[in-house]
Design a protein around this ligand. Structure first.
Ligand code: SF4
Ligand code: SF4
Length: 361
């Protein structure tokens, strides 16, 4: 199948749903985590939850970088913008995420701060190059999907000799958070729908620990047939007890990933410990700038430390990200917390689990 429409073929979908019904025979049922926020949205958009048998349940995971950015990291952005004469460059999803004080970047912009939405890290470098008399700070959030582009931007800034550009190094990596989930005694998952975009860069080996610990791991695309056939693959692995990492997105993901992208990432970044919203500090789960790129680290440039901040009272984002509860079980869901007035980032981000539940339920 070549065309994207082929991956939405209703006749094949029906056949896959029938196969899932026939083969999901285990009495203990099947709990599957879709790690990535983009999967969560596709699952809702195509009504996939509603066509699955009752004993096959999907829960959302920590796969949206906006959602896992810690409150301290958000507050450090505010500190830099408020205390320095800088222009902030950011992806749009961060604009409505509230800081501890309740204000967001839209509020700061209306107060006269220069905050601009960027479509890519390279655009941020070009912007800084065009205005050499202004100081620019780019918020570098993302997983392995975005980290190579952020690393390229830093390399480009270094090659151009830009001294008015720096980044907040907030990227996080997937294997460590998957390890955290595997060790969570409260979480009983049979298999993972592994993120397609991350896998394009990393390849499939990063998921081997899942299979080694008796979990099905299937790398998945974002169309209905991708997701349904991956669910069937997970059910088959659980039934047979024969666990492996299965690449069900081979039209885009090669087993070894994109070595060039990994090499660029490794040139600029090194593993560091990072605090994930709701999950706490996970060793080696962040990407810090290497010493030779420290001039491009906004935290060092503006002498800011990421503060330790607890999350908003009542907000259950942490439990949502860990898969402990579904978003509608948060007491604030759709009441105090909705897309117009979000309390936590899971309701802000277009691919956050709370936002998807709100929009599609
Ligand atoms: S919502 Fe934004 S940050 Fe989160 S996964 Fe989607 S594009 Fe990435
Ligand atoms: S509904 Fe709002 S407050 Fe509750 S977990 Fe989701 S984002 Fe956080």
């Amino acid at each position: 199948m070549k065309l994207i429409t082929d991956f939405r073929n209703s006749e094949i979908s029906r056949r896959l749903i029938k196969k899932i019904e026939e083969e999901s025979s285990s009495e203990s049922g099947y709990t599957i985590m879709e790690v990535c926020g983009t999967h969560t949205v596709s699952i809702f958009k195509y009504g996939i939850r509603s066509v699955l048998p009752e004993n096959v349940s999907l829960i959302s995971g920590p796969g949206c970088p906006v959602c896992v950015t810690s409150q301290g990291e958000i507050d450090a952005i505010f500190q830099i913008v408020k205390n320095n004469n800088v222009s902030l460059l950011t992806f749009g999803d961060l604009m409505k995420v509230p800081g501890s004080s309740g204000e967001n970047l839209i509020n700061l912009r209306s107060e006269g701060k220069d905050i601009r939405v960027m479509l890519s890290p390279l655009d941020a470098v070009k912007t800084a190059a065009r205005e050499p008399d202004r100081e620019f700070v780019f918020v570098g959030i993302g997983f392995e999907t975005t980290a190579p582009a952020i690393a390229s931007a830093v390399l480009e800034a270094k090659n151009m000799g830009l001294n008015n550009f720096s980044i907040l190094p907030y990227c996080k990596t997937m294997p460590e958070v998957l390890g955290y989930l595997l060790d969570d005694p409260k979480l009983d998952i049979n298999g993972f729908l592994c993120p397609g975009h991350v896998s394009v860069v990393t390849g499939k080996n990063i998921y081997q620990p899942l299979a080694q610990k008796g979990k099905a791991a299937v790398i998945t695309g974002f169309e209905p047939l991708d997701i349904l056939s991956s669910i069937l693959q997970i059910i088959r692995q659980v039934n047979s007890g024969d666990y492996c990492v299965y690449n069900n997105y081979s039209r885009v993901v090669s087993d070894n990933g994109n070595r060039k992208a990994v090499q660029i990432m490794d040139t600029v970044f090194e593993p560091c410990s990072a605090v994930w919203r709701g999950l706490g500090e996970l060793e080696d789960s962040g990407l810090g700038l290497k010493e030779e790129f420290s001039l491009f680290n906004s935290l060092e440039k503006f002498n800011v430390r990421v503060p330790q901040v607890s999350e908003k009272k009542g907000c259950r984002c942490g439990d949502v990200l860990k898969g402990h509860i579904k978003p509608n079980l948060c007491p604030l869901f759709s009441l105090q917390c909705n897309p117009e007035n979000p309390v936590g980032p899971c309701m802000v981000s277009s691919e956050g689990a709370c936002s998807a539940y709100y929009k599609f339920n």
